[in-house]
Design a protein around this ligand. Sequence first.
Ligand SMILES: [Zn+2]
Length: 129
Amino acid sequence: MCHCVNIEMGSYENQTVLDYPKWFVSGKKAAGIDNCILEEIKGLWEKGIQTTESCCGHNKAPGYISVLPEYIPAMMELGYKHLVIPEMANICSLWDENGFRADTFEPKYSAPLSSDPSKQEPHNQSQQD
Ligand SMILES: [Zn+2]
């Protein structure tokens, strides 16, 4: 979950409008990105991944990041996990009956912003005997 406080779903508060990179294949030139995932989205663009939709969830719902289908493997290589949102099941044709979307991933923001990154457990150290 993210760090929004009192942001209504569907609102454009706590967003920053970013111009799309020139290489984006899109009818739009810019999009409002939720601030909670702004740096993450910018990072994906820098890696050459075109996102199509994203929402931080405003601390009320799971956030998500959707990409063009050709970038699904790149997202998986980056360690992104597919997102299953049962509440979205059959809400529209983009989501299947289980609330799964092949092009949609869980943002990595889950570590609280307030925590000091230097105090976080390294992820690459497994338990050793
Ligand atoms: Zn948020």
